[in-house]
Write a protein that binds this ligand. Sequence first.
Ligand SMILES: [Mn+2]
Length: 312
Amino acid sequence: MNNDINIIIKKIFKWYFIMFFYADNMMKFAFSEEFNDEEYEKGYSIMGVGFDSTTSYKSGARYGPKSVREASYNFEQYNLRFDTSVTTVSYDIGDVQVIPGNYPETGNMIYDTVNELLDKNLTPITIGGEHTVTYGILKSLHDYDPEAFSNMVVVHLDAHFDMRDEYLGEKYSHASVLRRVHELNPKEIIQIGIRSAEYEEYEYVKAHDNITYFSSHQLRQDPKGLFDKLKAINSPVYITVDIDVLDPAYAPSVGTPAPCGLTPMMLEDIIYALSNKDVRGLDVVEVASNEIGDVTSVNAAKVIYDFLSLQK
Ligand SMILES: [Mn+2]
């Protein structure tokens, strides 16, 4: 009952309440600007969602936004690898208010925030938080423009399918988030770097023509199949990067580390391959570190840094 009233009040006083969706965050992502509601242009928004509730192994993804922002200051404006500079407009809007232990309500906050960003012509870049946060973003993109969503390719980089129907009794769990996304009916899901699965997930993936996966072992043998597939995409794209896609040597501070992962160079090439597509959003999730200079955070920040340096 209380929740219903809250939602009705939010709907009536939408603009008033929006201000409370963003918690203070002292640090902005490197090269980003403060957001000013009165004066802004079309571009990217960066937001943190420090939520970790269903993490089953190493907790701490709630510190991801802080730690990834801190690591972003490690990079220079000129990107030697791509011979570009970060010149595209991005606004760091701070962190979305989360309710620890309550995904449905946190998901609503994410949903409403993304909705506002889309209204303002801003493309959401999100720093998690556990992987569950991706659902709130995609549900918002889905409801905002159902037609574009039905034509959307979700590119999912992860050690795991995240395709369980539920995990430890939770429908909205880090281990089931892509299953929920699949139920929203995007055009296609491409899963990259997978190397750990429950048999039930494997069967689900196999049973659906619009899910394709490239295991990390496959990529080591023959990466061409993946790059041909990415090259052929000509519809809107959403990119979700669970940083555990990297080998634990490069990303040890994650919720569920899995050996035999991708190298940062492979990840760099994948981001490059997607950079000229019609990207409607990007998230980097599952960084569970609060240490300064942590390699996991540096690699996570690099995904956002590379992506932004490749935008005009
Ligand atoms: Mn995941």
